[in-house]
Design a protein around this ligand. Structure first.
Ligand SMILES: [Zn+2]
Length: 368
């Protein structure tokens, strides 16, 4: 038993805390966010500002009214209901300036809470309402990220999304775009949108193109549909990571496969309860997965729509699942290990993050 524990945990000298960790501790923790949507993570002030500058009617002209419309953090009927909120944010994300700004501010918001690295995902096709080309749409976001990375000293990457409920042809177009921007800001390809009734294998051609160009794949699966969706993502579409994987627990054999192959799960706790992927936080399998040794990571999904931050997600996980200092270190390390970054850089990043996390845990633990 002792040996098994040592194998998947990181086997370090962590002090026992004299009092519980507070929110400030989790804010200082060097974090990653591998699953965050650009169109669900804008600042409300920016949405209002862009709407007024660009003359877009969003049905709200004050923060109060906008909040009433969006109801950030609301419990939804389903994933499809949750996704409706994006119609509003997308209205103001149809110009180069707005896309640049959304990307730039996302880096700033992440840097403020010590997220060291994040991967932002979006589907350029959803930003063509005013005639922008998908190339311009991608360039605007990459430029916003690059400029902010220089200003705030953290790193990021873009994941291009195909959309399940649009069409396989559009997914193919998004895959071609991801290939064109490989090593120029894009680090991966994903399939997002309505999961129920829209199987990933319909988009197989796009995955073939992505994989034959040696590009990373993550797929939303096991959120609004069962383990079969995860099975397809892995075995038909070649996913290297799974977005959510909340319902993986329903198939023990597949769960073992995911664990044996160290396939990362991008867990988004608050979002999963809001979309009813998990009926309550108590029913969420996060801790069950963590105890089994699965490579679980914590992520926001949507900072605005879900009304969360990485600090909030860690603090929530800590309080709700009574995480130990070793659990916290493991989840932080899992985030770095699962990142779509070159191994040469990852080695350094891993060593640095591990050391800083241990120091922080021990420093906090000694405070009475
Ligand atoms: Zn998502």
């Amino acid at each position: 038993m002792r040996q098994k524990e040592a194998y998947y945990s990181h086997d370090t000298d962590l002090k026992t805390p004299k009092k519980p960790f507070d929110r400030a501790f989790f804010e200082q923790l060097p974090k990653t966010d591998l699953h965050v949507h650009l169109d669900g993570s804008m600042r409300p002030e920016t949405i209002l500002d862009l709407a007024s500058k660009d003359g877009v009617d969003i049905g709200a002209d004050s923060l109060k009214k906008l909040e009433k419309l969006l109801q950030p953090g609301k419990m939804h009927e389903s994933l499809n209901d949750y996704l409706k909120t994006f119609d509003l944010t997308l209205k103001v994300m149809q110009t180069e300036e707005s896309l640049y700004r959304a990307a730039y501010e996302l880096v700033e918001d992440n840097a403020k809470e010590n997220v060291q690295y994040f991967e932002v995902r979006y589907s350029p096709i959803l930003h063509t309402q005013k005639g922008l080309s998908v190339t311009t749409i991608l360039e605007a976001v990459v430029e916003g990220l690059n400029d902010a990375e220089r200003d705030f000293g953290i790193k990021s990457g873009v994941i291009v999304c195909g959309i399940r409920n649009i069409s396989p042809e559009v997914s193919m177009q998004m895959a071609e775009l991801a290939v064109a921007f490989k090593n120029r800001g894009v680090v991966g390809y994903d399939l997002a949108g309505a999961e129920y009734n829209y199987p990933a294998r319909d988009h197989l051609e796009s995955f073939n193109l992505i994989l034959s160009n040696n590009i990373n794949v993550t797929i939303h699966a096991g959120e609004a549909y069962g383990p079969d969706s995860i099975h397809q993502a892995l075995h038909y579409c070649g996913a290297h990571r799974i977005g959510h994987g909340t319902r993986l627990k329903e198939n023990g054999d597949l769960l073992n496969y995911v664990n044996d192959h160290r396939i990362p799960l991008e867990i988004c706790l608050s979002s999963n309860v809001q979309t009813k992927a998990a009926s309550t936080m108590d029913k969420h399998p996060f801790k069950f997965y963590l105890d089994l040794g699965l490579r679980v990571t914590l992520n926001t999904d949507n900072r605005l729509v879900t009304n969360t931050t990485m600090t909030d997600e860690y603090f929530l996980a800590y309080k709700h699942f009574k995480l130990s200092p070793q659990n916290i270190l493991d989840v932080v390390i899992n985030g770095v290990k699962s990142a779509f970054i070159p191994f040469e850089y990852k080695k350094w990043f891993l060593r640095d993050t591990k050391q800083r996390t241990i120091e922080l845990i021990n420093q906090y633990s000694e405070q009475g």
